[in-house]
Design a protein around this ligand. Structure first.
Ligand code: SF4
Length: 417
């Protein structure tokens, strides 16, 4: 591929990491599928993490919770399986509206080797189809942040009905409004059979088969893609729908895969792209020439860096990603400017030394590092906002750029000497 000739070798690091575990993805997944419940089998630490991440949402009708492993479970004195079955039985009796129950593994459940796959099987048999129980791991040992969504979606793949008919399947959570917009744009191009994974109702699972073409809305769904490919689906090669350029290329790639007349596609996309670029102009003026350092967090870093460089004129100092899947990034990497330093994994102290030495204008990082870096004089952008905000599509390009311009604006406004 072209990128090997223009990008220096990827800096691979392992050491102390400052990232969320996969449990965090429950916070957006439970909103996407309101008929599902996420039961973490873990410790008080896990319960605390989710409550902190979900903030005020814990006071609404909760659709997630933690089965806390006590000392007796951890010491092997209690039959954790029996206790789990009893707890799930109580939960489902109290909440008959739950249609899909995700048993989510954590570090403690993995360390004591609690077999949640077996537990899911056992409970499924007992419930006789009234509720579907699946399991995946969100543990910090195995998963980083958005990889939790990948695990949840992979666990749903075996439940998808089979259908060989041609259809487009969008994979990865999109904000509801953004999803509706994409569906209406595809319909205008003549692409009618478009489904999404995850669906809005956990029981309304899309079918899959040899006619299914996958269009990835998010870059962190590698395992889900492989599971869908094993069921006959094929991935459409495209960059991710961030910014005007990425979104247009993403939609055009899907249309081309279904043989839609490029003129018809252009008639839909051109006015959108034109409007998107015009909306971006004032933000480009703000961001142009500013130096950007992205720390690893969500796997969105590479497509974001591509957008911020190509459409907003930012210079890239380092682009960190927790994992680099070259296959799923094959269309993104050649779009990065020559010489972009990529890093995979993290050794946080070393990375912070590089931040300090390079003095970037903006650092994109997790919440644990943001305030300390602000105190050292760096402008920062919390990366978690990027998974909670509607950022996909041409219409959102300016809003996406605005997320990065805001901390720079705020810094200017707060200068008092
Ligand atoms: S799963 Fe592991 S990393 Fe995540 S909150 Fe629980 S103990 Fe911590």
């Amino acid at each position: 591929m072209a990128q090997t000739s223009v990008l220096p070798p990827v800096l691979r690091e392992s050491g102390q990491r400052e990232v969320f575990c996969g449990l965090t993805s429950i916070v957006w997944l439970h909103r996407r599928m309101p008929d599902a419940f996420f039961l973490v089998v873990g410790s008080r630490t896990c319960a605390h993490l989710i409550q902190s991440a979900a903030g005020v949402m814990i006071f609404a009708e909760p659709r997630f919770g933690t089965a806390i492993l006590g000392e007796r479970d951890l010491a092997g004195l209690a039959d954790a399986n029996e206790e789990l079955d009893r707890l799930v039985g109580d939960l489902l009796a109290r909440r008959p509206e739950i249609r899909t129950l995700f048993l989510v593994g954590s570090c403690p459940s993995e360390v004591i080797k609690l077999d949640l796959a077996k537990a899911a099987e056992r409970i499924n048999t007992r419930m006789q189809g009234r509720v579907r129980v699946v399991n995946y791991s969100g543990s910090g040992i195995e998963t980083t942040f958005t990889q939790g969504e990948d695990g949840a979606l992979t666990s749903l793949v075996p439940l998808l009905p089979s259908n060989p008919e041609p259809q487009l399947l969008i994979v990865g959570t999109l904000a509801d409004g953004v999803e509706e917009r994409f569906l209406s744009l595809f319909a205008r191009m003549g692409l009618e059979t478009v489904r999404t994974l995850p669906p809005r109702q956990s029981t309304d699972l899309p079918p899959v088969g040899p006619g299914t073409r996958l269009l990835l809305a998010q870059p962190f769904v590698a395992d889900t893609v492989r599971a869908l490919e094993r069921r006959g689906a094929q991935r459409i090669a495209a960059p991710y729908p961030l910014g005007v350029e990425g979104s247009c290329a993403w939609m055009a790639a899907a249309a081309a895969a279904f043989g839609i007349d490029p003129e018809r596609v252009a008639a839909v996309l051109d006015p959108l792209a034109e409007r998107g670029r015009r909306a971006l102009e004032p933000l480009r003026r703000k961001l142009e020439g500013k130096r950007l350092f992205l720390l690893p967090d969500s796997q969105l870093e590479i497509p974001l860096a591509r957008f911020l460089h190509r459409e907003c004129g930012m210079e890239l100092v380092e682009v960190g990603t927790p994992y680099l899947d070259r296959q799923l990034m094959a269309e993104e990497l050649p779009l990065l400017p020559e010489g972009t330093q990529l890093s995979e994994g993290q050794d946080v102290e070393k990375q912070l030394e590089r931040v300090r030495a390079s003095r970037p204008d903006l650092v994109v990082c997790g919440m644990g590092l943001a305030n300390p870096l602000e105190a050292e004089g760096f402008a920062t952008k919390w990366s978690i906002e990027l998974v909670f905000s509607p950022i996909h599509g041409c219409d959102q390009a300016a809003d996406l750029a605005e997320l990065f311009a805001r901390p720079l604006n705020r810094r200017e406004l707060l200068q008092w000497n």
